[in-house]
Design a protein around this ligand. Sequence first.
Ligand SMILES: *Cc1c(COP(=O)(O)O)cnc(C)c1O
Length: 368
Amino acid sequence: MKSIPFLSFEKMHSQIKQEILQQFEKVYDSYWYILGKEVETFEKLYAKYSDVQYCIGVGNGLDAIIIALKSLNVGKGNSVIVPSNTYIATWLAVSYVGAEIIPVEPDEKTYNIDPEKIEQSIKENTKAIIPVHLYGQICEMDKILQIAQKHNLYVVEDNAQAQGTFFKGKISGSWGNINATSFYPGKNLGALGDAGAITTNDEILSQRAKTIRNYGSQKKYYNEVKGINSRLDEIQAAFLQVKLKYLDEWNKERQQIAQWYMEFLSDEKNIILPHIHPDATSNFHLFVIRTKKRNELQEYLHQNNIGTLIHYPVPPHLQEAYKDLNYKKGDFPIAEEIADTCLSLPMYPGLEKEDVQHIATTIKSFFQ
Ligand SMILES: *Cc1c(COP(=O)(O)O)cnc(C)c1O
C-alpha cells in the first residue's frame, strides 16, 4: 500500500542540495558565524520580498514577536488583542513582555480573527493587535488597520504561516507597524533549524529591534537597553537566501495541490473545506479540513498509511500553561469547535496529483 507522509522535504531539499552545500562551504570558510555578510544579505532580500524598508533577522518566530512588542514598548500595564485560535507562540509572546492577553474569536469560515469582533474587545489599556495569518491565509488587513487607526493601536502581524500571500494585492508582513515571521523548517520558507525575522517600514522601530536582538547593543560592549540574544545565524541566513528564491514557485505548487483537493473533495458532504476570502490569497501552509468524525477519520487515514496532524488540538485558553487565566471550556466556542474538528492533510511541494486523488478517495471511502 502506498504511504504518504504528512510532510516531506525530499523534493524541495534534493532540488537545492548543491546550492545549499555551496552556501555551507562559503560560510564555513569565511570564519565568521554571527551577524556578518550573510545575515545582512538575507535581510536585504527578505525586506525586498516583503515590500518593506527593513528586515531584522532573529533566532526564531517566537522571539520575533517578543522583540516586535518590546520595540513598541508594549509591556506591563498594557493589553494586546490576539486570536483565540492560534499557535500558542502568539500568546506566549504577549505573556513574556508582561502584557495582558485579550483573545478574540475567529471568523467561522476563514478561521482568521474576526474584524467585526475586535472593537468590542478593546480596553482602555489596549496597545496592539496581533493578527495571525492562520494556515497560510492572510487576514482581512484593511479592516484591522482601520480599527487600529481609529483606536490608536499598533498592529503586529504574526506572519509565521503566510509568507508570500496578499490581501488586496499587498503582501503579508508589510501591513503592520512591525511584523514577525518564523523560518522554522516546516514553514513555507523554512531554514534548516530555528530562525525568524521582523519586517517594518519604520526606521526607529527597526533600530530598536536590531538593538534588542543583540543584547541591547549597537556598539559592541555598550548596552543601551536590556536586550536578549536572538540573532539569525550566518549559516541559516545563507541557506535562507537559496530557499527564498524558490518560495514563490513552491507556494504555487501548494496552491495547485490545494486546488486538486478542492476538486476531488468538493462532493464530500461530511467535511468542510478551506474557505479563502475573495480579497485574500493563501500559500496553503496547511490544508485543513473539518469534520465531526475527526478522530475516527485520522485513525482511518493512519491505517491507510496517510499522515495527518491536528493544528491545534487544544486552543491556548485551555492549555495547562494558561490555567492561571482561569478560562474554561465554552469561553471561546468557535476556537474550541475548530480544535475539536480540524484535520491537516498532507501538503508540500512534491505531492503528486495521484497522491491527492488517493487521499481524497480514501477519505470518501471512510464516509461511505
Ligand atoms: C511557527 C509559529 C510561530 C513561532 O515560530 P517559531 O520559529 O517556532 O518560534 C509563531 N506563530 C505562529 C502562528 C506559528 O505558526
